[in-house]
Design a binder for this molecule. Structure first.
Ligand code: GDP
Length: 186
């Protein structure tokens, strides 16, 4: 896939006209690995230390689809001030790019299942009326039982469709890409 790094932002987000898809998730959920798997190149930084990426990174896929990598949430060692600045960044991003955002892909660890923060994120997206899709990550690490449990817990909060992925095994790449094309073109 043709991929181009557009930039890293904390404020003053570019006012371009690209349609965009957004990737969010708790820090360490496997977001960078998934983006790298999707585009077929190590464009996103896979971190050994969670909670480090504090800016929004944007990539252009195939010269026309903007993929936005939002910093992860829920890392315990982050200070209150940093949490506040994360919130401000995210809120201003969604406010400014509301018209361009086609879908938010909410990444959830298949072994851990939806955390309270994941549920809050889903609730908030519903509230502000932005389409979202749930992506389960690291399925190579989850047992069948853990995977079923995660799916069940998601159903409880009204999520019935998920995209199953493992960056380690290259699983779900086609489904994820198809889903991106669908939301951008549909
Ligand atoms: P991010 O913080 O959400 O961007 O997550 P990273 O992509 O940096 O991954 C966090 C950790 O999980 C790293 O140690 C990765 O090697 C590991 N990881 C990511 N994806 C997978 C996966 O599909 N399977 C397994 N087993 N480990 C993964």
């Amino acid at each position: 896939m043709k991929v181009e790094f557009l930039g890293s932002y904390r404020e003053d987000l570019p006012k371009d006209h690209f349609k965009e898809v957004v990737f969010v998730g708790r820090s360490n959920v496997g977001k960078s690995s998934l983006i790298n798997m999707l585009v077929g190149e190590p464009v996103a930084r896979v971190s050994k230390e969670p909670g480090r990426t504090r800016s929004i990174n944007a990539f252009l896929l195939e010269g026309r689809i903007k993929l936005v990598d939002v910093p992860g949430y829920g890392f315990a060692k982050v200070s209150k001030a940093e949490r506040e600045s994360w919130k401000r960044l995210i809120e201003s991003y969604f406010r400014e790019r509301r018209q361009n955002i086609r879908c938010v892909f909410v990444l959830i660890d298949s072994k851990v299942g939806p955390t309270d923060l994941d549920k809050l994120m889903i609730e908030w997206l519903r509230h502000i009326n932005i389409p979202y899709k749930v992506v389960l990550t690291k399925t190579d690490k989850a047992s069948q039982k853990e995977l079923s449990k995660s799916l069940e817990l998601l159903k409880v909060v009204g999520v019935n469709e998920v995209i199953i992925t493992s960056a380690k095994e290259g699983k779900g790449k086609k489904e994820l890409y198809r889903s991106i094309l669908e939301v951008v073109e549909g």
